[in-house]
Design a protein around this ligand. Structure first.
Ligand code: UD1
Ligand code: UDP
Length: 354
């Protein structure tokens, strides 16, 4: 089969690395990078360190409003699909690149496969929730990472083409943790294992509302703990424009975004992780690091139910309280599969093609 895979944002590069390799053992893959993320440390860096094949097309769409960004992607992806005439379009996760890829494929009657299908936060004010729902409803193959995801799809009447595969981020983590042991990142940032916290913030709801972002930065600053905070470019722009840097005091260290291998090692050795990222909530769980989620809801509900993740919202007091007192002591179960999701997904694609 000829498969066009569409990626565009940081987490999608990480997700596609192993799956792309597996796909190419059996099929011809054409890789489209929409250009949604374009800074070196949000894009190229991941292609280099994870040996992701060079994209066949880089659409160079860049940043913009949701409509402009998604619409421009749709036009360009359709152009590529019309030229390449693939047998399948493969999309990952819940970004605007995901939706554009799925929609372009579906309108041209090309089967759409969705990796990380069935996630729901039940909060339609999140652009990601809209992207997830729409993508799932036009997909022919739906690769669900968890049982919850399968159930969510069932409740929306989607049963055909749904496969419980496990989570491909587990595959990525297991494949790279040994490599990460050689990382110098702790030394470079002058932190010691389990003596620092790790924080990330990039969710629109937390960055577009400057009061929320201020609360988070103040809570991190006042905790007294040493905190490493690799800043997403979206957040960096707001910190710069609204002059919030002066709020970052104490032991709070702001850095540029960090590569996956170093970031994995930073996560593995952190005392706790504070984040509004979807992927990082999961990785914290997989690594057994307590996670404080800077949101009021999550699509990764299992991590909260398990007792290893707590929803803290953006309330300063609540964040500080969790930094000081959140200590999960329940045993972790294997929630995200066995690290073989990529192999399972390709097997299902192989069966689909016969
Ligand atoms: C996007 C996804 C989000 C995902 C995140 C992963 C959507 C709607 N959101 O959010 O689901 O969790 O990626 O990181 O698709 N920018 C740069 N350089 C870059 C990329 C972005 O400066 O390389 C800045 C631009 O000012 C841009 C802003 O960040 O406007 C937001 O980027 P965008 O890709 O629209 O959304 P993210 O917040 O990155
Ligand atoms: N990540 C990274 N460097 C960073 C921050 C995150 O490599 O500085 C990785 C992280 O390990 C995870 C993924 O990026 O695998 C999560 O991406 P992000 O938080 O941007 O998006 P989300 O998962 O929320 O969509």
């Amino acid at each position: 089969m000829k498969i066009v895979s569409v990626v565009g944002a940081r987490p999608q590069f990480i997700k596609c690395a192993l799956l792309s390799r597996e796909i190419r053992k059996f099929h011809k893959e054409v890789l489209i990078h929409t250009g949604q993320h374009y800074d070196y440390d949000m894009s190229r860096l991941f292609f280099e360190e994870l040996s992701i094949p060079e994209p066949d097309y880089n659409l160079g769409i860049g940043s913009g409003s949701h409509g402009a960004q998604t619409g421009n992607m749709l036009v360009e992806i359709e152009r590529v699909l019309t030229k390449e005439k693939p047998d399948m379009v493969l999309v990952y996760g819940d970004t605007n690149s995901t939706l554009a890829g799925a929609l372009a494929g579906a309108k041209l009657h090309i089967p759409v496969a969705h990796v990380e299908s069935g996630l729901r936060s039940f909060d339609k004010s999140m652009p990601e929730e809209v992207n997830r729902i729409l993508t799932d409803h036009v997909s022919d193959l739906l690769f669900a990472p968890t049982k919850t995801a399968v159930d969510n799809l069932k409740k929306e009447g989607i049963k055909k083409g749904v496969h419980l595969t496990g989570d491909i981020m587990m595959d990525a983590l297991l494949a790279n943790l040994k490599i990460a042991e050689k990382s110098n990142i702790l030394k470079n940032l002058e932190v010691e294992p389990k003596k620092y916290l790790l924080a990330t913030v990039h969710r629109a709801s937390n960055t577009d509302d400057v009061v929320k972002l201020k609360n988070i930065i103040q809570a991190l600053s006042e905790s007294g703990d040493k905190i490493i905070f690799p800043v997403h470019p979206r957040t960096e722009k707001i910190i710069r424009n609204d002059k919030l840097k002066s709020l970052a005091k104490g032991n709070l260290i702001l850095t540029k975004p960090i590569g996956y291998i170093d970031f994995l090692w930073l996560q593995n050795n952190a005392k706790k992780i504070l984040t509004d990222s979807g992927g990082i909530q999961k990785e914290a769980y997989m690594l057994g690091v307590p996670c404080i989620t800077l949101r009021d809801n999550t699509e990764w509900v299992e991590t909260v139910k398990s007792g290893w993740n707590v929803l803290s919202g953006t309330d300063k007091k609540k964040i500080l309280d969790n930094i000081r007192n959140f200590r999960p002591h329940v045993k972790r179960e294997r929630l995200f599969g066995d690290g073989k999701a990529s192999k399972r997904i390709v097997q299902i694609i192989n069966d689909f093609s016969v």
